[in-house]
Design a protein around this ligand. Sequence first.
Ligand code: MG
Length: 137
Amino acid sequence: MISDKSLTIAVDFDGTIVENAYPGIGETKIFAFETLKRLENEGHRLILWTYRHGKRLQAAVDFCKENGLEFYAVNMSYPEEEFDPQLSRKINADIFIDDRNVGGFLGWGEIYHELTNVKPEIPKTSKKKKGIFSFFK
Ligand SMILES: [Mg+2]
């Protein structure tokens, strides 16, 4: 779908890159960083687009950095953007990846496939816990 065009992709953090454990940081969702780094290597711009701010935002940015991911911009359309209350707060992105999508979160394997037309090899995890709510995941 996007291989020949560089896109700006806005990515949510809680519930999208990691399991939602706000204000803490949940476990990384399977294949999240692999997918995001691959998209970045293919020339796409990644923006972290999250409700977090202040030190909780910094914790998320640091967590991603520790996992080898640095964003083009954080909660803004481009790195030098200054907040102007006269302008819309909606950032300028071609694609938004968010767990609050209509229809729910696709999963990173599906997102990668959707964006690159390549089906990724996703390592199977054996330690997945089966809980009473696992049906809903
Ligand atoms: Mg979320």
